[in-house]
Design a protein around this ligand. Structure first.
Ligand code: HEC
Length: 116
């Protein structure tokens, strides 16, 4: 008896569905191991909600997170915040106008000033 060629062992119908099966398997793999989701561009605001917060949100997140305010609050007395924001503007070049600066300083002094 003549040996059958190897490819005859795989029915043509199986060959026809193979690409579909591979596609489904890859799809399942992708579902099982999703890529790390891209981080949302905007950060949730984590500071107290009070007048001035929107100016902070608009002006203070370009270079670092708002956590800087909370992390440093224990060390910054209310009247030192003005110097801190001046440092952000002058030393680090933050483009914050005088109007927003006044609101930001008032907000920080009221909500994040070190208790004396
Ligand atoms: C132009 C970039 C820039 C902007 C905008 C900016 N900062 Fe900063 N900030 C810095 C840099 C640079 C540092 C110090 C380096 C570091 O630790 O990352 C810093 C540090 C701080 C610190 C830590 C204490 C210190 O003096 O190092 C606080 C608090 C802070 N920033 C608050 C603010 C607030 C509030 C605003 C908005 C009014 C603001 N920053 C906007 C660049 C910026």
């Amino acid at each position: 008896m003549r040996a059958r060629p190897l490819f005859r062992l795989i029915p043509p119908s199986a060959i026809a569905i193979a690409p579909t099966a591979i596609a489904i398997a890859l799809g399942l793999l992708a579902l099982a191991f999703p890529a790390v989701p891209a981080r949302a561009e905007e950060q949730p605001i984590t500071l107290k909600d009070a007048p001035g917060l929107s100016e902070i949100a608009a002006n203070c997140q370009g270079c670092h997170s708002l956590d800087y305010v909370r992390m440093n609050a224990p060390f910054i007395a209310p009247d030192v915040w003005k110097a801190e924001i001046t440092k952000m503007r002058v030393a680090y070049g933050a483009p914050i106008d005088d109007d927003d600066t006044a609101k930001i300083v008032a907000y920080l002094a009221a909500n994040y000033g070190k208790a004396e």
